[in-house]
Design a protein around this ligand. Structure first.
Ligand code: IMP
Ligand code: MG
Length: 177
């Protein structure tokens, strides 16, 4: 049962802030990949909103893949183990790969994915773009190449991020105390 009410969620980033940051990120990526093709990889489920808004502002030839990983168990605590629910990918050899994530927390998911790609393909480039960076809880040396906002040690929901599966549909990102 849902034990956090919508009115208990405090706004951290408004819809306007998110959308304007995404435009900025897209501009940087458009410069980076100018004249190149890109394979965008959206990490389900959390990154879906961010990825879909971001790719709309990218102007290079682009293909989108979806993979599904999970590391958060239930509630607000990470299990520390990354679960590859579906990681079927096309041939990424010699491709510019752009991984799109919702948040880097411990960094275990990011590390798992970067290692998986490095072990299986010789890409032209691999970049990691995360909407949020929760630097304080990092347990690996991984840093995103691009990120939207830093967040402190808060549990955040909305715009793809969930609490027990709920609140992914919010247009803003909020936190619960
Ligand atoms: P990491 O492997 O610890 O870096 O965790 C990454 C995944 O945990 C993210 O892709 C999110 O799906 C989830 N996650 C981490 N922090 C939060 C949070 O504050 N709210 C909701 N999900 C989170
Ligand atoms: Mg995620």
């Amino acid at each position: 049962m849902l034990d956090i009410k919508l009115e208990d969620i405090k706004t951290l980033f408004t819809e306007e802030q998110l959308q304007s940051k995404i435009k900025e990120l897209a501009e940087e990526l458009n410069k980076l990949y100018s004249g190149e093709e890109v394979y965008a990889i959206c990490v389900l489920k959390g990154a879906v909103m961010f990825a879909m808004d971001l790719v709309k502002s990218l102007d290079m030839p682009l293909k989108i893949e979806f993979i599904r990983l999970s590391s958060y168990g239930t509630g607000r605590n990470t299990t520390g183990k990354v679960n590859a629910v579906d990681i079927s990918l096309p041939d990424l050899n010699d491709k510019n790969v752009l991984i799109i994530e919702d948040i880097i927390d411990t960094g275990l998911t990011a590390k798992f994915l970067m290692d998986f790609i490095a072990c299986n393909f010789k890409t032209k480039s691999t970049k990691f773009c995360s909407l949020l960076d929760k630097k304080i809880s990092r347990k690996t040396e991984i840093e995103p190449d691009y990120y939207g906002f830093h967040v402190d040690d808060k549990f955040v929901v909305g715009y793809g991020l969930d609490y027990e599966g709920y609140y992914r549909n919010l247009k803003f990102i909020g936190y619960v105390e």
